[in-house]
Write a protein that binds this ligand. Structure first.
Ligand SMILES: Nc1ncnc2c1ncn2[C@@H]1O[C@H](COP(=O)(O)OP(=O)(O)O)[C@@H](O)[C@H]1O
Ligand SMILES: [Mg+2]
Length: 467
């Protein structure tokens, strides 16, 4: 095979190698081997240009090896013979004693002074510097014009691959990034609760960065939703909202983070900040609306109770006022339980206990109250109605009944039953008054149930309504 045919063959091989894989490292190693073989050189070194650091970094070698455990050789364009080729964007050839050339730069871990000759060419994609490569021989060698041209042609093929590989890696990265952010957006918009959003962020962070652990650290220093375990490396990304730091996203891993991964973390941190602030605003809004709604209902209830009381004739004004105070306090107690628990349902047992304590206060001693309360809960509006019913009936028992009062709250065939019994004088006729008319109205209209008043040697009132 003559030189031209060999060169053509080498070029074809290089193109094939370059197109065989999108894995840049693999391609660079293939190129180094093919070039050294075909040009019959002792070594081939391939450098990639890191634009951000403005450095040429040795990425592949053939025929020589970088001694282990030391830094990857890197140099600035203009530095060393290969650096000069890169900076000048032109081949540099030295046939012998290359290490004596003033441009030569020795790396302690690269045995370059073993070589006599060097041919270095820049790797250019159109006009953009992507790297440089060189071939070396231990014996002096004058590279021919054809060989120089060939190496330049190979370098331009390599430049194409570098560009493709970088585009591909960039695209892959964007896919991973978009996937992660899409997951977060989905979780944030789907979940009603802030905690869920934040958990989703922590989980996505761990998955997309293959982290050993992740956490959101909030302003108040609370570590929120810690997951996993600490790693050898950690990145702390501030969560910023309107130029204020509102927390931190912490990610742990056993391997170092690349700058791309840090960029992804930054994007996630941004999303987390938005979710956090958005969630808080929503919570504030929802809570405010709910409370506003409840307060309005309660005021309306208070107004109609007062109106009813005002219509009553022949009542002691002091007692009328005291009864009204108890009704208002009863509504307040339900409101308090609801806001304390931040739930829509009220545990009736807890409510009855509070009301009982409230009503027994300031009462003449000698009353004995027993209670048996099954765990039953009711929604806000119903709970208020039941609380008012209880207050009236219990107050009556204390006021008009005997020394012993018993309260029974139970579930019965899908219904709820409230029974208040006392051992007083019992019914004395048609029992009417503002209190009992409020009870009848509430049981009928709000609870959709029935009330039964009975004389059992004492007074027995039983309210049954569907759960
Ligand atoms: N537990 C009870 N024992 C005896 N009498 C009762 C009892 N509960 C209610 N009553 C009678 O029914 C009447 C009406 O009660 P209510 O409507 O609550 O009005 P008030 O308590 O203001 O008198 C009471 O005045 C009382 O005579
Ligand atoms: Mg009464």
């Amino acid at each position: 095979m003559d030189a031209t045919a060999r060169h053509l063959r080498l070029l074809t091989d290089t193109i094939a190698a370059v197109n065989s894989s999108l894995d840049l490292q693999e391609v660079l190693e293939l190129v180094a081997r093919n070039v050294a073989d075909a040009l019959g050189t002792d070594a081939c070194f391939v450098y990639l240009y890191d634009q951000r650091a403005n450095e040429l970094v040795l990425r592949a070698t053939h025929g020589s090896r970088v001694e282990e455990m030391t830094r990857t050789p890197r140099m600035r364009p203009g530095d060393g013979i290969t650096g000069v080729a890169a900076a000048d964007r032109a081949p540099v050839m030295i046939p012998a004693q290359a290490h004596l050339d003033p441009r030569f730069k020795l790396f302690p871990n690269l045995p370059e002074d073993e070589y006599e000759s060097i041919l270095a060419v820049p790797i250019l994609a159109r006009d953009k510097l992507e790297g440089a490569l060189n071939v070396r021989t231990r014996q002096p060698r004058e590279f021919s014009e054809a060989e120089i041209e060939l190496l330049v042609a190979i370098a331009s093929q390599v430049a194409q691959t570098i560009e493709h590989a970088q585009l591909y890696a960039g695209a892959q990265r964007r896919v991973v990034e978009l996937e992660a952010l899409a997951k977060i957006s989905e979780a944030v918009s789907e979940s009603l609760y802030l905690e869920e959003s934040l958990e989703a962020i922590v989980r996505t962070t761990m998955e997309s960065l293959r982290a050993t652990g992740a956490a959101l650290v909030l302003e108040d220093g609370k570590i929120a939703w810690p997951e996993g375990r600490p790693g050898a490396y950690a990145v702390r990304m501030p969560l910023r909202w309107k130029r204020r730091q509102i927390g931190e996203l912490v990610c742990d891993r056993d391997t170092p983070f690349s700058s791309d991964e840090e960029a992804l973390l930054e994007a996630i941190a941004h999303h987390a900040a938005v979710a956090l602030e958005h969630g808080r605003a929503v919570m504030r809004g929802v809570l405010a609306q709910e409370i506003h709604h409840r307060v309005k209902n309660n005021l309306q209830a208070v107004a109609s109770l007062l109106r009813l009381q005002a219509r009553a004739e022949n009542v002691d004004p002091h007692k009328a006022l005291q009864d009204s105070v108890n009704r208002i306090l009863t509504i307040a107690a339900v409101h308090e339980v609801l806001t304390e628990h931040r739930e829509d349902d009220v545990d009736l047992g807890e409510l009855v206990d509070r009301l009982r304590a409230m009503l027994v206060q300031g009462l003449v001693a000698g009353k004995e109250v027993t209670a048996e309360l099954a765990p039953v809960s009711l929604a806000g509006q119903q709970a208020t109605a039941l609380a008012l019913v209880f207050t009236e009936l219990f107050q009556n028992a204390l006021e008009h009944g005997g020394a012993h009062v018993s309260i029974l709250l139970a579930r019965r065939d899908g219904a709820i039953a409230l029974t208040i019994v006392d051992d007083g004088e019992g019914m004395r006729g048609e029992e009417t008054g503002t209190g009992l008319s409020i009870v009848r109205a509430l049981v009928h209209d709000e609870l959709r149930g029935k009330i039964e008043l009975a004389d059992n040697g004492g007074f027995r009132a039983e309210v049954v309504f569907p759960a």
